[in-house]
Design a protein around this ligand. Structure first.
Ligand SMILES: Cc1ncc(C[n+]2csc(CCOP(=O)(O)OP(=O)(O)O)c2C)c(N)n1
Ligand SMILES: [Mg+2]
Length: 579
């Protein structure tokens, strides 16, 4: 029996597990809109900007295994691009349907024409242009299969006339296959790995997102090796718990002294499921082992000595019986001491700041950590709020934390919260947003309002692009074009039908957050934070930094740019040592 391509697409999406899609309808997307409506099994979420839809779909994929977003001809699907980069780099299976002008018009510089394969090539694992109905029918299953198995974005370019046409014959399977094969290193490799680990005394584990499904095994490995455990930002929420006796913190741009120092001093560093990007923070002298189920990642950022392709859970399960238990916990204790000292400093710092009138963002983050539920899902914007989250939001019973950790885009936290709120209605969802970030996709607060998604949006309103301010100060550039005039975000939210609060003094932070978290519906909390609070070590005051940055600025004006930047760099190194 003949089947319309738009209907076939809906069938394929339903069979793949897609429960909702995010889109702004129009022109070539209308046949699919109609098919989704008639079918009734997929919920259409009408976002206000397609980029927000791509982020939300990415969160569906991250939490539920698959996500879907769509964009209409030209500008409609171009808007998806930034969110798709994020999804693709995060390894989230997202199906993006980019509809376009009719097939007979393609290639002639027509109105709203884009070259879909060229456009999405760099932000997808698979991108196909369905030029004929039969080709479309053949491509859907494959596109979905690629997204699932390659863990990333699949894009299907679909002209409006192709969606409306029908096919008689469908050659592909009508379902998808979520295979969960066990990948572990071969026998000889496992023996080599065990020998290396057994021969070293001071071992450190460094855990990334790839350890998500292997938390138990990683804990057992630390225990057996008396190994301090560091983590990347994407890995932190699984291990950064007060109940974890091996945790020594993050390393990297947002990292801590204990994370950095442990890695430098370990004889053997074992990188587990991490594509940790900050090569400057990785050691060069010691032995490094890397295990990852994506073997192309091995050795590309660190001087790795032994690399193995394997899923962390099954690999460690097979490895553990081959390892000798270590008894000397001196290294672990030394590093834990530094870590505990540092955690105390962080706590003392926010306690001291709680007396101030100005609201310090670290204080806000520590209160969020205190009052949020033990299984809350946090999304964080790129900017200073990511730094505060890295330091103060702790893993508890079953918390989850995510952000634009690979792509590093602004404005991600609020739309990610939309996806999280819809796919996990049973969990508390908290977005930590920058004022710059929220301003970018502000219109999609209306999506939250329209679908009554009960997420909690917290704005760290420092009236500035704080992260960039810091970058400029450290690099010795005069701080310029980083300040912002903001609307009254609480009034904006209220005008959109979202209950909102503004907080201008420290004393009001806790009670307001508690009230907003208890509110049965979407909530926005606009917190006026101190614009001078930059992500600096607790002991270093802003004025000190401003002082050296000013002199660096002067140096630059005298034409000594390279010197200025070098001085800034060495000052940064010195500052790192202080905390
Ligand atoms: C889309 C995008 N544009 C620009 C940047 C560069 N950038 C990184 S952080 C940042 C400032 C963020 O400001 P805000 O959201 O107010 O957060 P804050 O750092 O002040 O907490 C900018 C401009 C980026 N990462 N992504
Ligand atoms: Mg800001």
């Amino acid at each position: 029996m003949a089947k319309k391509i738009a209907d076939l697409l809906v069938e394929n999406l339903v069979n793949a597990g897609v429960k909702r899609l995010y889109a702004v309808t129009g022109d070539s997307l209308n046949p699919i809109n109609d098919a989704v409506r008639r079918d009734g099994r997929i919920k259409w979420i009408h976002v206000r900007h397609e980029e927000a839809g791509a982020y939300a779909a990415s969160m569906d994929a991250e939490l539920d295994g698959i996500g879907c977003c769509m964009g209409s001809s030209g500008p409609g699907h171009v808007h998806l691009v930034n969110g798709l980069y994020d999804a693709n780099q995060a390894g989230n299976p997202v199906i993006a349907i980019a509809t376009t002008i009719n097939s007979d018009k393609l290639g002639l510089d027509n109105f709203q024409e884009t070259n879909i394969v060229k456009l999405f090539d760099d932000c997808s694992k698979y991108c196909v242009m369905a030029n004929t109905p039969q080709q479309a029918a053949n491509a859907f299953q494959s596109a979905i299969q690629h997204a699932i198995q390659d863990r990333g974005v699949s894009v299907v370019g679909l002209p409006g006339d192709v969606s409306e046409a029908s096919v008689e014959h469908i050659a592909t399977a009508d379902r998808n296959f979520y295979t969960n094969s066990i990948l572990i290193p071969g026998k000889n490799e496992m023996e080599q790995l065990a020998t290396v680990i057994n021969s070293k005394d001071k071992v450190m584990l460094f855990c990334g997102y790839g350890c998500k499904e292997a938390q138990e095994e990683v804990m057992q490995l630390s225990e057996k090796l008396k190994a301090p455990m560091g983590f990347s930002f994407r890995g932190k929420i699984f291990f950064d718990k007060s109940s974890n006796p091996f945790a020594i913190g993050l390393n990297g741009l947002l990292g801590s002294k204990s994370g950095f120092k442990t890695m430098q001093e370990a004889e053997l560093v074992i990188l587990l499921g991490t594509d940790f990007p900050y090569t400057d923070f990785l050691p060069e002298e010691n032995t490094i082992v890397q295990i990852d189920d994506k073997p192309e990642r091995i050795g590309r950022r660190a001087k790795v000595d032994y690399g193995y392709a394997g899923k962390i859970g099954p690999t460690l399960e097979a490895l553990l019986p081959m390892l000798e238990s270590k008894t000397d916990d001196g290294f672990l204790n030394d590093m834990r001491k530094i870590h505990e000292e540092q955690e105390k400093n962080y706590t003392a710092y926010v306690r001291a700041k709680s007396e101030d009138k100005n609201i310090h963002p670290e204080f806000v983050a520590s209160i969020i950590d205190e009052v949020a539920e033990d299984d809350a899902i946090f999304t964080v914007d790129t900017g200073m709020s990511a730094v505060w989250a890295a330091r103060y939001i702790k893993g508890k019973r079953n918390r989850y934390l995510t952000g634009s950790f690979n792509h590093g885009s602004m404005a991600n936290a609020m739309p990610m919260a939309i996806g999280a709120g819809l796919s996990r209605p049973d969990r508390q969802i908290i977005a930590l947003c920058g004022d710059g970030g929220i301003s970018m996709l502000l219109g999609d607060l209306m999506t939250i309002s329209q679908y009554e998604i009960p997420v909690k949006i917290i704005i760290f309103n420092n009236r500035a692009l704080g992260m960039v301010k810091l970058e400029m100060l450290v690099a010795g550039y005069p701080d310029w074009q980083t300040d912002m005039k903001n609307p009254d975000f609480a009034k904006v939210a209220e005008a959109m039908g979202i209950k909102a609060w503004s907080v201008k003094e420290c004393q009001g932070v806790k009670a307001t957050l508690q009230e907003a978290f208890q509110h049965d519906g979407p909530a926005l909390i606009n917190i006026f934070t101190d614009p001078d609070a930059l992500a600096m070590p607790p002991k270093v005051e802003f004025d000190q930094i401003k002082g050296f940055a000013k002199s660096l600025g002067k140096l630059m004006l005298n034409g000594q740019t390279a010197d200025a930047i070098d001085t800034a760099r060495s000052n940064m190194k010195y500052l790192r040592e202080l905390f």
